[in-house]
Design a protein around this ligand. Structure first.
Ligand SMILES: [Ca+2]
Length: 158
């Protein structure tokens, strides 16, 4: 579920979307329309397996009603990374690597943070290229340490 990224729409929009699918105004929508309904409110990356898991958790039977749908959206919303998570995590990793706590990263400190975050450690050449780009982006001279804020900005925009 961690790869789902949507913003759960406001309640009004969810009600509206539900009503659109509730073509007979019966207050219930067949479960097989749930995927289409979710896509219509922006949940486009939900895999079939995840959907099945959510459905059984919510104990849907053949139809689901508006409260069940809203409960499901809350459920989905709770599995989403909070906005700004990536930024917070980057900052946390950089701060942890800033061993002298001066708010600046030397190449060694940056390297440590990168190795901590990357699935595979960067090669020396790769690291040097990245470091040069980061310095150029932050407009600092070679040899100068990189401010943590600048590093966060660089990694969010690159
Ligand atoms: Ca430092």
């Amino acid at each position: 579920m961690s790869d789902i990224r949507v913003t759960v729409p406001p309640l009004d929009e969810l009600k509206e979307a539900f009503a659109k699918f509730d073509t007979e105004s019966s207050g219930a929508i067949p479960v097989h329309d749930l995927g289409a309904l979710l896509r219509s409110v922006g949940v486009v990356e939900l895999k079939e397996d995840d959907l099945q898991a959510l459905i059984s958790e919510e104990m849907f039977d053949k139809n689901f009603d508006l409260p069940e749908f809203l409960a499901l959206m809350v459920e989905i919303g709770h599995t989403l990374p909070a906005p700004g998570t990536e930024k917070k995590e980057l900052r946390k990793a950089f701060k942890a690597a800033d061993s002298d706590k001066d708010g600046y990263l030397t190449p060694d400190e940056l390297r440590q943070a990168m190795d901590g975050m990357a699935a595979e450690p960067l090669g020396d050449d790769e690291f040097q290229v990245m470091l040069d780009e980061c310095r150029r982006d932050a407009e600092i001279e070679e040899g100068e340490p990189i401010k943590i804020d600048a590093a966060v900005r660089f990694f969010l925009t690159s």
